[in-house]
Write a protein that binds this ligand. Structure first.
Ligand code: DGJ
Length: 741
């Protein structure tokens, strides 16, 4: 049993092979954090780790307990306002105007498995044996309110999932202004913070900062998790690298406004908290009502960042993503967007689909532009019916023709949005999020539907179902192209307006749940102007996401490398597009574009009718290669070897579960002259297996490839270079362990 309770010391020891997490209930009923780190030997108590001393200016717990101060305890779920001077995890307004709370231990339960927190997405177990859950019940008797802190420990992953749930069982009308999913106090501040900030077309860049005294936070106030900050945070020791050292990763399973805060106090204690952003949240909690926070997934590693990422990858791939496609290699597709944009025309679309089939691809995706009146981004969102002017034969006919070519057919939707020039808006102007009488901000010339209103969600669901029932659709790209503003729902009372951001996301989840349950055979890919909603909440419904609108191979190195900090390769939509690239106007080779896109769910996003016969032949080879190795790539173990954020070269590799097959991707942005010799140290191989390496004659042992490295040197040093390789070079090396004779 990985969760032990020591009654004599009221201590909980949550541990597996990878870490220990220890907390204790003080005699005052306060849960305090004692340890989170590499596994400790189990014992009765660790009370010496409390370190409670009297300090000047501290506010004591009571007159009788001058030495006890909440400010100096490492609290499991702080409430501040009554002695702890740091940011609290909860803010609960009571009828008397007070926000002071006093939640004390009332009891706990330990159970096998992991309770669902539906309708919120969360990691799950397939069998109860996989995990154990501790629920600590705290109670504030003044307001008869219960707070339950949940901790799920997986046996085979270095993972702890936390969430909080509050229930008003008294008679007061409470207002919940803040309920973080978790808070964690660490005893020192010798950490660096690693985050994944970005912007449109340059999502999830890696940034590392030393911690400073005070607060450092990342957040979204855009109504979606955003391009700008991903709901992920990692604390690493200053000397932690990809391969070694301690780090803690935290990932919030949520797609809306979030706050992840790291607060260091002048005593060098570090408090991390993560959850729904309180600034846009105010939730009336009437008698008998509960509020459930989203889940935070904590991963502990003392084997470096790569081991942390691998834990996130395998957990998210197999215990967060759901449905038929979870474990399936993903279809190789052609998406029409960069090929024809909104210029959808039946004859052209069918010609593109035929060319897609001729190349050997499996899925043709018709992106934006197919529905009635969609001639620019100013019109038609919300009117989910086929445009007869563009597709006179209709979607049913089109999809059948595409299927007859041996392809599957996929379609683009943007369910949460509406254009002013649409029948939906003309019929239901009140369904747009807006504050009556006030200016309404536009984003990509479009507006946001009030998904907090179940009638709106039902209307969109019904319209989408009509299409899905009529046409043969195997894939949906679910887009979302603007941030939320003026978030106010005409369908809700003034008191409920602080709930709308969260209820909007619940509406999005409800629509996903309805469609994924009703159409389990459809593969969903989430998208939000590229990667503006690339988060674990979305992965629960859609096992893959469009990583970025930036399809330039050089920029994609950074985007995919940063994304891999948390998200599995099987989740990263990545396509080969035409050159000059439409975002950066850069010309990279077809070989480099494919060698980058192959580390993801592979596809093409161009007009296949414009390809030369030489390009077609090259693409056919790429597709054949991907068909053979996509399982290895999408479900193998991923290693980051060389960072694009640190230089001109990038390298990564995937290794099969039996470690006998591996694929290395090596990329050099600019050619250099007369440089030093280069070697690349590989990882994850069988030390004593002899590997053949594609394009190399000799075979090497796994141990050598890890310790001495694979030689990458080329003849860039030579005056008589016999290669025409220049800038934007990419090489793939396939390694295969030889069977002993
Ligand atoms: C933004 C997406 O990221 C693109 O891939 C494309 O689907 C467009 N929207 C369509 O409007």
């Amino acid at each position: 049993m990985p969760i032990h309770f020591k009654e004599s010391s009221m201590t909980f020891h949550l541990f597996n092979q990878k870490f220990s997490y220890i907390l204790k209930i003080l005699p005052e009923g306060i849960p305090v954090q004692l340890y989170f780190g590499a596994p400790l030997i189990d014992k009765e108590n660790w009370d010496y780790l409390l370190e409670s001393v009297h300090r000047p200016m501290q506010v004591a717990y009571s007159l009788e307990k001058p030495e006890l101060s909440l400010e100096h305890l490492r609290l499991e779920y702080p409430s501040s306002l009554s002695g702890d001077m740091r940011p609290g995890a909860i803010d609960l307004l009571q009828e008397n105007g007070s926000r002071v709370v006093d939640f004390q231990y009332e009891g706990h339960s330990i159970q096998r498995g992991k309770p669902s927190i539906a309708p919120l997405p969360a990691c799950y177990v397939e069998e109860d044996q996989e995990a154990e859950t501790l629920q600590i019940r705290l109670y504030d008797k003044e307001i008869q309110t219960e707070l339950v802190l949940s901790y799920t420990l997986y046996e085979d992953w270095p993972v702890l999932c936390r969430n909080a749930r509050i229930t008003n069982s008294g008679s007061q009308k409470l207002v919940l202004n803040k309920l973080m999913s978790m808070s964690l106090d660490l005893p020192d501040d010798d950490w660096q913070e690693l985050v994944l900030p970005g912007a449109w077309a340059r999502e999830r860049n890696i940034e590392v900062h030393p911690l400073h005294t005070g607060s450092q936070s990342i957040y979204s106030l855009r109504g979606h998790s955003s391009h700008h900050y991903n709901p992920f945070l990692c604390l690493k020791r200053p000397d932690t690298s990809e391969k070694q050292g301690e780090c803690i990763g935290l990932s919030l399973v949520y797609s809306g406004n979030f706050l992840a805060d790291v607060d260091v106090n002048p005593y060098h204690t570090t408090r991390i908290s993560m959850g729904i952003h309180p600034y846009t949240f105010s939730w009336p909690l009437a008698s008998g009502e509960s509020f459930q926070s989203p889940e935070v997934v904590l991963v502990y590693s003392d084997e470096g960042l790569n081991a942390m990422s691998q834990a996130f990858h395998s957990l998210f791939r197999s215990r967060l993503a759901r449905g038929e496609f979870r474990d399936k290699p993903r279809p190789l597709l052609l998406n029409s967007w960069e090929g024809i944009y909104m210029n959808v025309e039946e004859k052209k679309v069918l010609e593109m689909a035929q060319a897609t089939a001729d190349l050997g691809l499996e899925l043709f995706v018709l992106d934006d532009g197919w529905f009635k009146g969609r001639n620019s981004d100013r019109s038609a969102l919300g009117d989910w019916v086929c445009d007869p002017a563009k597709l006179p034969g209709g979607l049913k006919n089109l999809s059948e023709k595409v299927e007859a070519m041996g392809l599957q057919f996929g379609l683009w939707f943007e369910p949460e949005m509406v254009s002013l020039d649409s029948d939906l808006y003309r019929n239901h102007p009140e369904w747009v999020l807006h504050v009556p009488q006030r200016r309404l901000s536009a984003g990509r010339n479009q507006f946001v539907l009030d998904f907090s209103n179940p009638d709106v969600v039902d209307y969109i669901a019904t319209a989408m179902e009509a299409i899905l029932d009529e046409a043969k659709i195997s894939y949906i790209k679910w887009d979302m192209n603007r941030s939320l503003s003026e978030v106010y729902s005409s369908a809700s009372s003034p008191e409920q307006q602080g709930t709308i951001y969260h209820r909007f996301i619940l509406g999005v989840y409800a629509l996903y749940e309805r469609l994924t349950c009703k159409y389990p055979q459809i593969l969903f890919e989430s998208c939000a102007s590229g990667g503006a909603r690339f988060d674990p909440g979305m992965l629960y419904y859609a096992p893959q996401a469009w990583t970025s609108d930036d399809t330039d191979a050089v920029e994609r190195l950074k985007i995919q490398y940063g994304t891999s900090m948390v998200y599995p390769i099987s989740s990263m939509g990545s396509h080969v597009s035409a050159v000059p690239n439409h975002q950066l106007h850069r010309k990279t080779s077809l070989q480099m574009r494919s060698a980058v896109a192959m580390f993801g769910t592979f596809g093409y996003e161009l007009d296949p009718l414009l390809l030369s016969s030489q390009e077609k032949a090259e693409i056919q080879e790429q597709i054949a290669f991907m068909k053979k190795y996509r399982k290895l790539i999408q479900f193998g173990e991923f290693y980051r070897l060389q960072s694009p954020f640190e230089g001109n070269e990038t390298a990564w590799m995937v290794v099969s579960p039996d470690r006998k097959t591996a694929l290395v991707g090596y990329y050099r942005v600019l050619q250099q002259i007369n440089v030093g010799f280069r070697r690349l140290k590989l990882q994850g191989l069988l030390p004593d297996a002899l590997y053949s390496i594609s394009n190399k004659e000799e075979m090497e042992y796994g141990l050598e490839l890890e310790r001495a490295g694979m030689v990458l040197s080329d003849d860039s040093s030579s005056e008589n270079r016999n290669t025409d390789e220049g800038d934007y070079l990419a090489r793939l090396y396939l390694l295969q362990a030889q069977e002993p004779e």
